[in-house]
Design a protein around this ligand. Sequence first.
Ligand SMILES: [Fe+2]
Length: 418
Amino acid sequence: MINIFIHLFLLLAINFSFVYAEVLYIWSQVVPEGKLSIRAIIDDNVCPTAIVDGKETIMLKRCDEDNIEKVCELLVQKDVKEVRVNNVEIPILPKKINKIAFIGDTGCRINTLHQQECNSLENWPLKKNLDSIALHKPSLIIHVGDYHYRRTKCRDTQKCGSVHGYNAQTWHADWFEPTKDISQQSPFLFVRGNHEDCNRAHKGWFRYLDSYPFLSEKCENFVPGWFLDIGLMKFFVFDSSSGEDIFITKSDVDAFSKQFNKLTLSDSDKPVWFLTHRPLWRSPKKEFLTLKNHGNLSQIEAFGDDFPNNVAAIVSGHIHIAQILLMDNVPDQIIVGNGGALLHAQDQENIYHNIEFSYSNGKNYLARKIKNFFGFGFAILDLNDHKLIFYNQDNDEIYSAELTKDFKILAESDHHSR
Ligand SMILES: [Fe+2]
């Protein structure tokens, strides 16, 4: 009899020690001031406890009290050695960063015009891209914006399910469910896309992915720019979610100039890659090339001619293709917008030479060469080999661009293309 009581007591004790907040999704992301933010979406009201370098630390809420869904956060120093939550090891930044993955425009596009097949791994291959990225074991994954794509109800639920609209279920389907595995391997850096602007999925953006502490669900049009220093180079994270591509307003341009100032005021001459969702210059569909004004006029007007010499490249998404524009007199433009959402502008040539961009504000730019890479995929920056390599969803190498020691694209690197 006594044995049965002891047995029951032990069973209860074991069960109590495993009473955890139910964590639905958990990930880590780099944020300003050299910090790493551990974030969790929980199915409970109590945030879990993290073990940070052996010390128990409670995660804090990162949402309004009236939110049914709770998000928790814990800020730690970037050089932390080990973080565990509910016995799961959370990815941290390694001391030496070797490879960085770039992906963009990832959700499953459903709107009145487009009905992407979200239930098909081939037709919405975000998970395939992520599984391929995982094979490279990147130290960091940079998402260049646009996560939320299921705006309206799908007309054929067998093809694209029933989840849609600005709610937690859509965020789970478009981003958190596909990234569940890779979130256990690499930390992220998130850039805000126009799908997360104040007219669209801003609530989810500020609750889940924004780089700054959560204040309220009031939408900010422009989140301040910030640097991530990874040793050999830096990234400047810029919020271009607002600001029209062709029509500009003085207030947008002023706001962009103000955010850009932070970059020009920095006295470091370390190479910088400028991360902005909307590309300043881009090659659209073939038949529209003659329009000559493709890109984002708000950013061009605000700072197109003001990039300091140490800005080696601009990395963007927004159009659903992979593209390199080798520019005259301004930084080269890289686009990695082929992460999963229905593709754009696939009817172009592989290469164009000497494409002029002329804008209504009187500014002109020349792309000496534009290279297009078709299909879904991602890119890997190899910091040891100084290469930027484009892959398709099946992890086949599509193109490898050699970089200078200052992380500029080497113009002659075309000789090495496949
Ligand atoms: Fe976009």
